[in-house]
Design a protein around this ligand. Sequence first.
Ligand SMILES: [Fe+2]
Length: 453
Amino acid sequence: MTTAPDADTPLHLAGNNAPVTEEVTVEPTWMAGQIPSELEGIFVRNGPNPRTGWSPHYFAGDGMVHAVALSGGSARWYRNRYVRTPLYANPGRSRADLAFDPATATIDYRVTTANTHLLAHAGRLLALEEGGFPYQLTPDLNTLGPYIFGGALATPMTAHPKVCPVTGELLFFGTQLRPPYLTYYRASPAGEILQAQVVETPRATMMHDFAITEHHVVFMDLPVVFDLAAPGGPGWRWSDAHQARFGVMARTGGAVRWFEVAPCYVWHTLNAFETNSIVTLTGTRVSSLWRGGSDDISGGQPRLHRWRLNLTHGTVTEEQIDDEAVEYPRVADTVIGHAHHFGYVTSFSLDAHPSNSRIHRYDFTHSVTRHTHQLPDGHTCGEAVFVPRHSTTSENDGYLLTFAHDRARGTGYLLILDATDVTAAPIAEVHLPARIPNGFHGTWIPTPETPPK
Ligand SMILES: [Fe+2]
């Protein structure tokens, strides 16, 4: 059941942020609507779930992956599994204690929560967290171990790699707290790392996401810096002295061209693309972050923002494009790095117990229009993942999948919406005899051997 609001329970462990205590494999208890029979595959989502029941920060909980398998118009099973990392194996031990070897002054990147995102590429399913190596999972969510691309990965890996829908290449970066602070990687469609390039930056900044275009990648070097002397111990904090800037580099590497932007933090990019030497990037922006330490949320709520970087003139224009507080921006995987007409986000609230969530679909075709699906009172959800219909050529022709929480029942469900009509009643709800805590990011893994019906 959901933890009752309690003044002694920190926000990140209260309500549906509270961890669950069991790993289960169960069948749904009841359904509403009809699951489209063409949805053949597994919806997976990662998130923090501290094994001890306590963690010092929302981001610090052990990674737990939740999945529902859909086939033939039915939901076959739900299961949740911890990612077996050294932190999981040593509950209560601090990350710094496990990862840092004072004798050699080295950091063991196998020590990670692996709690942020999931990547399906080259036949592998990887659980990602930006401070460590990926962990490879089976489709049944069992942990195989750390995955370092045959030894080619020398740094942590971002939780937000991009797969080019045209070339199948995997593009990503890794950051470290010591030089080299930033390394760029490009891998083949088969998952072989073709390129690893150090990108010179002056200090460690918290770089959570990036973006790609047809020919370029875009890094976000923003003013959340790693400070060994931060109040409360080494950690991330806002720095007015660090110039916010975006760096554009060819996908094949080389020099980075930096564009100074107004101070901000951007957790997530929606997408980016290039037309006529202008790179357009859309993301969720706050005006500052963690000015008073990593529990300070005074920088406000994120809103969709658009930057245009002119590669000919070296100029930048930027604008907030909607006033709604939103997060978890996604586009169809088929348009990543390319011009897009649509985007999908979830409402964002700093309230400890929001009454309900909203999923918004943006249409950028002519201006910016927003259509909204509002969940019932007491129902909240996380990131909505777009899944295309079979054989469609229309960017928006598909479904939105997310895990939701029914506070009154204390249980979770998979929510399936029609992306072409998000305001309509759900296509289906798959209700589960288990609670699914709030989490971060996920993906849809189609079953390749099953032909569409
Ligand atoms: Fe993220």
